[in-house]
Write a protein that binds this ligand. Structure first.
Ligand SMILES: Nc1nc2c(c(=O)[nH]1)N[C@H]1C(S)=C(S)[C@@H](COP(=O)(O)OP(=O)(O)OC[C@H]3O[C@@H](n4cnc5c(=O)[nH]c(N)nc54)[C@H](O)[C@@H]3O)O[C@H]1N2
Ligand SMILES: Nc1nc2c(c(=O)[nH]1)N[C@H]1C(S)=C(S)[C@@H](COP(=O)(O)OP(=O)(O)OC[C@H]3O[C@@H](n4cnc5c(=O)[nH]c(N)nc54)[C@H](O)[C@@H]3O)O[C@H]1N2
Ligand SMILES: [Mo]
Length: 775
């Protein structure tokens, strides 16, 4: 029997362990047990199990969890523990009713934790804030739309409103939303991807012409080397482990580049392969762990590239086979000479110091890379949530280009996206910096002049609210207050608004930190049937590998008063823009009309409605996958970047010396972003609590702390504002010296609004300079 059965499951009284239990595999029996717990917690065992059978099946719904693709949507019952939790959270039997809001004032709800708020269940009808009673009270849909229209019309300029999107919104909802917003007159589209993979979307187009990954799932069948940068797939993309398991069994070399030895990357037992689950340790996954310091990946990548160049020089001298793919470099790229010169000039000691990786490990990674015939590089938030995140992504692309590992079978770039449709939302126009080409097409198709000026992203919207320049905030999904950085400033920003509106499924803190007027508009989730006079409607989504497919809900909506997202957007739009000549209500009744129009604006969708009838959907086409480079040069571009040596972290360290620590804010196994499902982080050995701070034993001793002690965190930033997060329990953990780890969103108050990635403006959630004080 697997050791996994011995894992404690959910035991609030058990103290946080110092080390993850290493003997048992990720997933496995523990995962199955947690599936049952998730269903029972939400009081939906029978229904939940039925719902799960339809998940990621040809006629079922797309999992609302992550954006990892499915094998043809046809293979066996594809589920994972955290997909189940996402579904269970949506299919919960618990309800937030008008009686609930009558019982609880907004002020009293503010006392509750995020976990408690989430646990009240699904929202059931539209509610409006009533200042006199400090309560949300019922409002009709039409009155809610009228209130929104009144506020938006009263603004001196459409640019005084901001329209957030969270990446669960379907292509249909997102396209209608951007159409309404642009017809109204602004490009203010703050979007969850601003906090997520924006550095990928900004970095890749400059070097390979398009901001998307180049691999398909089938490439995992042919890769012999996989480099996984800054990702925790066992928790955040559990179905990816299934692919890695197959690669490992085939003998592929898998390297995890991560300050932490994440558990799921050591061993994995697949709940779909009973054989694995009976073996104690599961299938070993990562063969090699390379552990940079937080933010050290850029110097590491540059070091690996430098070593690959040296190896090529040695090969030339010795007359052995070239290490560089000279054919690819000549035919397909530009800028190689300058890039190589810069690598040669870079001193090794700087690369070693800034990466935190010993020279021997840099050489080892270069050897593995250079010996791979087909290499896939994947990455997550560990590369993107840093000041030099765009350079991280571009240096990774440089390295892959050196050996022609782009646009070739079994090789390529694989950014692993977060929300299940975050990539699709961008594709269909959720973009604060739209291209001229797109705006021209919108104009041709709809006959209006769209706004041309770039709009606000997440950070820009918060800043504009603080300056009083944005007065209406509307959110299609998500939990803006908790997801955004610098919590007290974000809260102040929202409180300064005239109107805040949230289209959501469940109660969250963003409903409670509101503007003068505020609306909660409850919507259906993806598991629910979108019934309209034209019949049940399916929505489409695009996964991390640009596969577009259709999703049909199977459950009765949580309440008869819910509307699907497209209907809500159409309702708002009809109230705001009745004379726009756009057939809002037809769209809401028949989503195929929306898809027809998406394809008119974006010809790459082709015969969209026909293509999504095929099980598994279709690939949207990524030019760089075909070695077509949509850059101004018409080639892939090697980018030169210096190793930064004067960042806010360097400066903070100069000021505070060895007291200065760098904090990563990350996800536990029991949360979906700001939605806290439970208080355990099973794979990291934390149970029953979330306010923990991971620190290594040597740092603890050096700083005079002991495991279990309570500490406070203070951010070190250069704007004179005090930022703190108090009351964390120290947990001794195998994390590199000088680095700390803690959970998001509890630590968001420490992330300064003005600390973001160069060019991409993604908050630096994985490198926050802090001081630790005894509580
Ligand atoms: N169950 C579940 N699934 C999810 C989510 C969820 O919250 N719960 N969230 C979804 C979303 S929106 C997203 S974006 C993804 C996020 O999925 P991930 O990209 O896995 O995000 P994080 O959990 O923040 O973890 C980042 C990983 O990067 C490592 N890391 C931190 N800093 C560095 C660094 O400087 N260098 C390197 N090399 N590694 C580093 C951390 O140790 C951790 O393993 O998951 C999606 N899927
Ligand atoms: N410090 C720190 N901050 C971070 C991160 C980090 O790693 N560290 N990660 C960042 C990342 S990668 C991301 S993507 C953002 C996430 O930011 P968001 O996308 O804004 O946050 P979520 O927690 O995913 O949103 C949860 C809410 O969405 C609503 N919801 C759920 N399903 C649906 C649906 O089908 N339709 C609608 N309309 N609403 C729905 C529910 O009401 C729920 O409360 O956070 C970012 N913030
Ligand atoms: Mo994300």
């Amino acid at each position: 029997m697997s050791q996994e059965t011995l894992d404690p499951v959910s035991h609030p009284s058990k103290p946080a362990a110092s080390e993850p239990p290493r003997k048992s595999a990720a997933a496995g029996w523990g995962a199955l047990k947690n599936v049952a717990i998730a269903l029972i917690r939400e009081r939906v065992p029978g229904k939940g199990a039925l719902t799960l059978l339809a998940q990621n099946q040809p006629d079922g719904f797309d999992c609302p969890g992550c954006a990892w693709p499915d094998r043809e949507h046809t293979s066996t019952f594809e589920f994972c523990e955290n997909g189940v939790k996402a579904v269970a959270a949506e299919t919960t039997a618990k309800r937030v009713t008008r009686e609930f809001f009558a019982r609880h004032s907004v002020t009293s709800l503010l006392e509750q934790t995020d976990y408690e708020l989430e646990n009240h269940g699904r929202l059931t009808e539209p509610m409006v804030f009533d200042a006199a009673s400090d309560r949300y009270v019922p409002i009709s849909w039409d009155d809610a739309y009228a209130l929104i229209a009144k506020h938006l019309r009263a603004l001196p300029s459409p640019d005084m409103a901001a329209f957030y999107t969270s990446g669960r919104a379907s292509n249909e909802a997102a396209f209608l939303y951007q159409l309404m917003v642009r017809r109204y007159g602004t490009n203010n589209f703050p979007d969850c991807s601003n906090m997520c993979h924006e550095p990928t979307s900004v970095g890749l187009p400059e070097v390979v012409g398009i901001g998307k990954g180049t691999v398909l799932l089938e490439d995992f069948d042919h890769a012999d080397t996989l480099l996984l940068f800054g990702q925790n797939p066992a928790t955040n993309h559990p179905r990816m482990l299934g692919e890695l398991r197959e690669c490992a069994k085939r003998g592929a070399t898998i390297v995890s580049i991560n300050p932490l030895r994440e558990r799921g990357l050591e061993r994995f037992a697949s709940p779909q392969h009973v054989g694995d689950m009976l073996k104690p340790g599961g299938v070993p996954i990562s063969s090699v762990f390379i552990r940079p310091t937080l933010g050290g990946d850029f110097a590491l990548l540059k070091g690996v590239a430098k070593r690959v160049l040296e190896m090529d020089d040695e090969a030339l001298t010795n007359g052995t086979g070239r290490v560089l793919d000279t054919h690819f470099i000549e035919q397909h790229t530009t800028g190689f000479e300058a890039f190589a010169d810069d690598l040669r000039a870079e001193p090794w000691d700087l690369l070693v110091r800034e990466s935190g990786v010993p020279l021997a490990d840099i050489h080892r990674l270069a050897d593995i890379y250079a010996n791979g015939r087909a290499v896939i590089a994947t990455w997550g938030m560990g590369l993107t949530q840093h000041k030099n995140a765009v350079a991280n992504v571009q240096m990774l692309a440089n390295l892959m280009m050196m050996r022609g590992n782009i646009g070739r079978k079994g090789a390529g770039l694989c950014p692993v996206r977060g929300h299940s449709n975050v990539q699709g939302d961008r594709t269909v126009g959720i973009d604060e910096k739209p291209t001229t080409e797109f705006l021209d097409r919108l104009k041709d198709v709809y006959g209006f002049e769209p706004p041309r000026a770039h709009g606000h992203d997440v950070v820009g919207s918060i800043e504009a609210m603080l300056r009083g320049e944005v007065k209406v905030f509307l959110a299609l999904g998500g939990n803006f207050v908790q997801a955004s950085p610098d919590t007290p400033r974000t809260e102040a920003a929202l409180r300064q608004c005239e109107l805040t509106v949230h289209i959501t499924t469940k109660l969250n803190r963003s409903h409670l930190i509101h503007g003068r007027d505020a609306l909660i508009l409850p919507t259906m989730g993806r598991t629910e049937i979108h019934a309209t006079p034209k019949g049940a409607q399916g929505v489409t989504v695009e996964d991390s590998m640009s596969m577009v497919h259709i999703s049909y809900g199977i459950n009765k909506p949580a309440s008869p008063d819910l509307l699907p997202e497209p209907a809500i957007v159409a309702g708002m739009a009809a109230a705001l823009l009745p004379d726009a000549g756009i057939r809002w209500s037809d769209y809401a009744n028949d989503y195929s009309l929306i898809r027809d129009d998406i394809a008119r604006v974006y010809p790459e969708f082709g015969d969209y409605n026909a293509r999504v009838t095929k099980p598994g959907g279709f690939h949207l086409g990524v030019a760089s996958r075909d070695r077509v480079w949509k850059t101004p040069e018409g080639k892939a571009v090697f980018k030169v970047h210096a190793v930064p040596t004067d960042t806010p972290i360097h400066r903070a360290r100069a000021l505070h010396g060895e007291q200065l620590m760098v904090l990563m804010t990350t996800r536990s196994h029991d949360q979906y972003n700001t939605t806290v499902y439970g208080l355990d982080d099973r794979y990291r050995g934390v149970f029953g609590e979330r306010r923990v701070l991971f620190m290594n034993a040597i740092d603890m001793q050096r700083l005079g702390f002991a495991a279990g002690q309570m500490v406070n965190l203070k951010a070190v930033w250069e704007d004179g504002i005090e930022r703190r997060a108090d009351g964390f329990k120290l947990v001794e953990y195998d994390i590199p010296a000088g680095c700390l780890g803690a959970y998001y969103p509890e630590t968001n108050p420490l992330v300064p609004l003005s600390s973001f990635a160069d060019k991409a403006r993604t908050p630096t959630s994985k490198s926050v300079p802090v001081l630790v004080e005894a509580a």
